[in-house]
Design a protein around this ligand. Structure first.
Ligand SMILES: NC(=O)c1ccc[n+]([C@@H]2O[C@H](COP(=O)([O-])OP(=O)(O)OC[C@H]3O[C@@H](n4cnc5c(N)ncnc54)[C@H](OP(=O)(O)O)[C@@H]3O)[C@@H](O)[C@H]2O)c1
Length: 365
């Protein structure tokens, strides 16, 4: 049995914890900056940490075998240092093809390089290995409420634009699409996996390959790889009316990005930076199936281990289901308010548990 610390309490962190508790007997603890009675009430062990206090952070991490990080920026660097100090064996950084990994923004690129350098440094100096899970964009970015409906990219103000519905490529509700095009490339593509599947695959990998010393530095996988026109066609079918895309060259995206920065519109700039990453065929967003190296045994394990619902739903089936299900207007799993809710304009507040709440009850509940 291992001790696993999950840093952050967003939807991805909660999916990981849920699946870990379903299929493993590992000892789990959430690390968070503020008390989270919502998670405590549901039986999770939650420790409040201060990422500015390296010694107490390292003390808390003593005895932890694996850290799964879903946090970014300087806090994550502090977490890496503390984990190395505490002799944590394996670190899974907050990557998951997220905004820090796949960005065209100089500051974020620098932050990403700093993280990679620190992890490499501690692999040598402290024998703490690390593995990235690179999965393409989350399906949920295209669903109602966007990622913020799963409490992802809502707590971290720097990434709030990423959490908004319709912020990447197609906006199903408004029937709009901003599609990068690049001369010399027939058509750009994007890889995609649902956040739920990402969590499931991380957990299945931990369960199937307990000897983490054999893990590579990066596992790559995706459920779908769609061209831009396939994505727009799916969006149109799900919406029931054609979505007419606005095409953007890298040069026009870069121009829009600079204008957004100049106008102090950081959120808009962040969103455009993601489109530039697609236009540049960023290797964590656009990789061919030949680069998938998550063993097929993991994929089949995740399908057979009773981790419900069955994984690897094709994107169109997922999107159709997502847009035909009545949507809650707020996500309340952790007792914190999500930054963005549905854009339907409805003032109805559902008393029923949100899908996240339903799914993240501990099996013993
Ligand atoms: N593939 C994709 O399409 C995609 C898109 C977006 C994100 N992602 C991935 O999803 C994960 C979360 O997304 P995110 O990076 O946008 O973050 P987020 O969900 O906004 O926040 C993640 C966690 O970081 C903690 N946090 C927030 N601000 C912080 C700060 N200033 N200092 C320290 N901790 C802070 C919060 O935990 P506490 O409040 O509990 O401390 C929160 O649960 C990341 O691993 C990211 O790579 C993937």
């Amino acid at each position: 049995m291992m001790k696993i610390a999950i840093a952050g309490t967003n939807g991805l962190a909660q999916f990981m914890a849920y699946y870990l508790s379903q299929v493993t007997s590992h000892n789990l603890v959430f690390l968070t900056r503020t008390a989270n009675p919502g998670l405590n009430e549901r039986g999770w062990q939650v420790l409040v940490v201060d990422y500015d206090q390296p010694e107490s952070l390292a003390y808390i991490l003593k005895g932890v075998d694996v850290v799964i990080s879903t946090i970014g920026s300087d806090a994550q660097l502090a977490l890496v240092e503390a984990a190395a100090d505490a002799h944590v064996r394996h670190f899974i950084p907050s990557a998951f093809s997220g905004p820090e990994q796949c960005t065209a923004q100089h500051s974020e690129r620098e932050a990403w390089q700093n993280l990679m350098s620190l992890l490499q440094h501690h692999e040598v100096k402290s024998c703490m290995r690390y593995t990235l899970f690179t999965c393409g964009a989350f399906y949920e970015r295209f669903g109602p409420g966007g990622l913020s409906s799963l409490q992802i990219s809502t707590f971290n103000n720097r990434h709030s634009a990423i959490g908004e519905e319709g912020s990447l490529l197609i906006d199903i509700r408004l029937g709009k699409a901003t599609i990068p095009v690049k001369s010399g490339i027939e058509e750009l593509s994007i890889c995609m996996t649902s956040a739920r599947d990402v969590a499931r695959y991380v957990v299945a990998t931990i369960q199937a390959y307990e000897d983490m010393s054999t893990w590579p530095r990066e596992f790559k996988f995706h459920t779908e790889r769609l061209t831009m026109s396939e994505l727009v066609a799916i969006g149109s079918r799900v919406r029931g009316t054609p979505i007419v895309p606005v095409f953007k060259t890298p040069a026009s995206l870069i121009h829009n990005y600079a204008s957004a920065l100049q106008a102090n519109k950081a959120n808009k700039a962040l969103s455009i930076a993601q489109h530039i990453a697609v236009a540049e065929a960023h290797p964590a967003l656009t990789f061919p199936p030949t680069e998938i190296n998550l063993p097929s045994s993991i994929l089949s394990y995740a399908r057979t281990a009773g981790i419900e619902p069955a994984p690897s739903e094709p994107f169109e089936a997922w999107l159709t289901r997502a847009w035909s299900t009545p949507q809650p207007t707020e996500a309340t799993t952790s007792g914190k308010q999500s930054g963005t809710s549905s854009r339907s304009g409805s003032s109805h507040k559902s008393k029923k548990p949100t899908p996240l709440e339903e799914n993240l009850r501990r099996p013993s509940d």
